[in-house]
Design a protein around this ligand. Structure first.
Ligand code: ZN
Length: 216
C-alpha cells in the first residue's frame, strides 16, 4: 500500500471537504472522581490473581530437588543416623537437623536448586547461609568457617556456599556442617507424638531429603 500523505517531506494536503475533527475533549479536572471498577470485574481480577498464586505454588511444589549431600566428599557415614530430632539438645530442646562431620575447610555446597536469601553471622549458628529451594523449603547451613555465595545467588545442587568450620556455638567441637531443611508450608501429616513433635510439620529430616535426591 502506498500513501501520498506519508511519503516525502511535502506538507500534508488537507482536504477542505473532509469532516472536521471532533473538538478535543476538555482536560479532565484533577478533582474528577476516579472511576471504580464494577464488582464483577474486580472479582474476575481476584480470581485471576488467586489462580496465578496457585500456579506459582504448584510450580514450587513440582520443582524437583535433585538434592545432594551438602558437604563435598561426605556420605551417610558422616552423620549420626539419630542426629535428626535428637534430644535433649541445649536451648533448642531437640536437634532440628543433621550434623555432617568433615575437616575444617572442606567445601560446603548447596544441597538443591535455589536462591540464597541470607548469608551472615548469627549467635548460635555462627556463619550461616539460608537458601530457598524447591517445594517451598528453606535450607539452613550453619557453623561455616568461610562464606562464599552472596545473597540472591542462584544455586544448583553442588554450588559452593563456603567451607566447613566450627563457628557459632559449635566452637571447640569437632568441625561439622549443621544442615536443616524447613518447609514454609505446614505438612501436618508429618507431626509426631515426640517432644515438639508438632514442629515436624515444618522440619524435614535432611537425611531423607538428600537420600531422595539419589546417593552419590
Ligand atoms: Zn547441629
Amino acid at each position: 500500500m502506498h500513501s501520498d500523505e506519508r511519503s516525502g517531506d511535502k506538507p500534508v494536503q488537507v482536504n477542505p471537504h473532509s469532516v472536521p475533527a471532533a473538538p478535543a475533549p476538555a482536560p479532565a479536572s484533577p478533582a474528577a472522581p476516579a472511576r471504580t471498577l464494577p464488582a464483577t470485574t474486580r472479582r474476575r481480577g481476584l480470581r485471576r490473581m488467586l489462580a496465578a498464586l496457585a500456579l506459582v505454588l504448584a510450580i514450587g511444589f513440582l520443582a524437583p530437588e535433585f538434592a545432594v549431600i551438602p558437604v563435598e566428599g561426605a556420605g551417610p557415614r558422616d552423620w549420626n543416623p539419630r542426629s535428626f530430632w535428637f534430644e535433649p539438645w541445649g536451648a533448642s530442646g531437640v536437634h532440628k537437623g543433621i550434623d555432617i562431620f568433615a575437616p575444617t575447610g572442606r567445601r560446603v555446597v548447596a544441597a538443591t536448586y535455589g536462591i540464597v536469601l541470607f548469608r551472615g553471622e548469627i549467635e548460635r549458628g555462627g556463619k550461616v547461609v539460608v537458601a530457598l529451594g524447591p517445594k517451598w523449603r528453606l535450607h539452613y547451613y550453619a557453623h561455616l568457617d568461610t562464606l562464599q555465595a552472596g545473597v540472591l545467588t542462584p544455586l544448583l545442587p553442588g554450588t559452593p556456599l563456603g567451607t566447613v568450620g566450627d563457628s557459632g556455638n559449635a566452637a571447640g567441637k569437632p568441625p561439622h556442617l549443621h544442615y536443616t531443611v524447613a518447609s514454609l508450608l505446614p505438612l501436618p501429616w508429618k507431626a509426631t507424638a515426640q517432644t515438639q513433635g508438632w514442629k515436624r510439620s515444618f522440619y524435614l529430616d535432611p537425611a531423607e531429603v538428600v537420600a531422595a535426591g539419589g546417593r552419590r
